[in-house]
Every structure is written in structure tokens, then in C-alpha cells.
Design a protein around this ligand. Structure first.
Ligand SMILES: Nc1ncnc2c1ncn2[C@@H]1O[C@H](COP(=O)(O)OP(=O)(O)OP(=O)(O)O)[C@@H](O)[C@H]1O
Ligand SMILES: [Mg+2]
Length: 245
């Protein structure tokens, strides 16, 4: 049975889709059969990130309309043979949490990890869907607004009984840590109130790769961070790859 991981954040643009892509890629490279489900209805992006924009035949819209089964709409990603995606439709499509839960249920036995990109914006569907996950990864950047929104979001999950949460701090740079905005990583962790699972540096090499749809280069610091988080998801102890002091 697969482990379902929901990737979410309070504020938009924190890096949810990038984290889904990075974790999906490294989990797949580590040999795990992985599926990313993109719930960003009308704002698809994983096809561009993985360089398969012209090769996506079906998407979640076809599954919701009953034209295709979820498994038939899954596309395999050439840059990592264990990696698969189920893209969001390009148009806004009505969906409810039960439908997404049913889609996850129907493909669960084929994948070790199912990663859900909850998309931009928060609505009650997101909470209902995230409730089905085994683990919620809350993404925050060091931006104070983002930290506060991540904290509010996480509190709401706790209030609903979702105790299995971990924090990913994204877009960390040497310049911001120790600046007048943020003194250290602990300050972010304390403010969000969620146990840390990883820190991802602000890495222009990754921005270029995801923008061009090419594999993240092996010397990318962000890739090293994703590799470490993927191993931690499997229970391995791996030290933080980002040095902030
Ligand atoms: N660690 C990073 N280093 C450099 N650039 C990053 C990093 N993480 C994300 N980005 C860039 O930040 C931008 C926003 O990232 P992304 O689209 O993944 O955010 P999102 O949370 O999915 O946004 P939305 O809420 O709109 O769905 C993108 O241009 C992406 O390339
Ligand atoms: Mg996104």
C-alpha cells in the first residue's frame, strides 16, 4: 500500500509544485514507484516542469468525466522511469474531495508513494483531501507572511486531528538567515509549530531546470536537499544538507 503525502502551504508561491517535483524525482531515482497528483485545477504546471507539455494525453478532467480511469490518465516521466504524474486539467473543473479520495484509492496499489500537490489557494476541499493523507508536508519560506500563514494552516490541520505534519523550509539563502528578518532556522520552526523534515536552498540551477523541463543537475544544492528529505521519508537519518551558519 502506498504512502500518501499531501504538500501544502498557507500562502501561494511557496514552492509546493517545485517540492512535489523535487521529491517525486528523488524518490523515483531512489527506486520507489511514485505518482504525483496535481490538484491545481486550471493552473497545471507539472507537465512543463518535467518537460512533457506536448505528451500529456489525458488529465484529471478526463478521469472526473469518466472518459478514462485514473491509471489510464497517468503519464510516465521519461527523465525518471519510476516517476508518474496525473496532471490537473487546463480548465477549471468542478471536483469534490470524495472524487479525489476515490482516485487515490483506485491507484494506491500501483505506487509506493503518492504525492499530492494541493495547488494554489485554500478551500474546504483541500482540508478534506489532505485529511486522507498519511503525512502532510507544510511548506514555508523564510518570509514572515508565509511563516504566519503556514502556522495558521497547520493549526487548522491539528484542530481537525491531523497530527502527522512535517515542515519544509524552502528558498533558504545565507543572506536571509541571520538577517534582520530571521535570526535562525529555529525561529521559523517555533513560529510554524511543526517538526522540521528538511530545508531547501534557494537554487537558481533548479529554477532553470524546472522552467526548461530538464532534469535538476546533480550538482544542484536543492537536489541534494530533496534527496535527503526523500530518504528521511523512508525513515533514514540524514543530516541537513544546507549550512546556514
Ligand atoms: N528552492 C527554490 N529555489 C529557487 N527557486 C524556487 C525554489 N522553490 C521554488 N522556486 C521558484 O518559485 C516559484 C514558485 O514556485 P512553485 O510554483 O513551486 O510554488 P507553488 O507553491 O506551487 O505556487 P502556487 O501556490 O501558485 O501553486 C517558481 O518560479 C519556482 O521555480
Ligand atoms: Mg503550484
Amino acid at each position: 500500500m502506498s504512502k500518501i503525502i499531501a504538500i501544502t502551504s498557507g500562502k501561494g508561491g511557496t514552492g509546493k509544485s517545485t517540492v512535489c517535483a523535487g521529491l517525486g524525482y528523488t524518490l523515483a531515482k531512489q527506486g520507489h514507484r511514485t505518482l504525483i497528483i496535481e490538484l491545481d485545477f486550471g493552473l497545471r504546471c507539472l507537465d512543463i516542469i518535467f518537460g512533457v507539455e506536448d505528451n500529456i494525453k489525458y488529465d484529471l478532467g478526463d478521469v472526473l468525466s469518466g472518459k478514462k480511469t485514473a491509471l489510464e490518465a497517468v503519464a510516465q516521466i521519461p527523465m525518471a522511469s519510476n516517476l508518474n504524474i496525473l496532471c490537473a486539467p487546463k480548465t477549471l473543473t468542478a471536483v469534490n474531495a470524495e472524487q479525489i479520495v476515490e482516485i487515490c484509492r483506485s491507484v494506491k496499489k500501483y505506487f509506493e508513494y503518492i504525492i499530492i500537490d494541493t495547488g494554489a489557494g485554500i478551500n474546504s476541499h483541500v482540508f478534506d483531501i489532505v485529511e486522507q493523507a498519511n503525512l502532510i508536508l507544510v511548506i514555508s519560506t523564510p518570509d514572515p507572511v508565509c511563516i504566519r500563514d503556514a502556522s495558521l494552516m497547520s493549526d487548522e490541520f491539528y484542530n481537525r486531528g491531523n497530527k502527522s505534519q512535517r515542515l519544509i523550509i524552502n528558498k533558504i539563502s545565507k543572506r536571509i538567515i541571520g538577517s534582520e528578518l530571521i535570526s535562525n532556522l529555529d525561529e521559523i520552526i517555533d513560529k510554524v509549530g511543526v517538526q522540521l523534515i528538511g530545508v531547501i536552498p534557494d537554487d537558481f540551477k533548479m529554477t532553470v531546470a524546472t522552467g526548461k523541463g530538464t532534469p535538476i543537475p546533480t550538482d544542484s544544492e536543492a537536489l541534494k536537499a530533496f534527496d535527503a528529505i526523500s530518504k528521511r521519508l523512508g525513515g533514514e537519518f540524514v543530516p541537513l544538507t544546507v549550512k546556514t551558519v
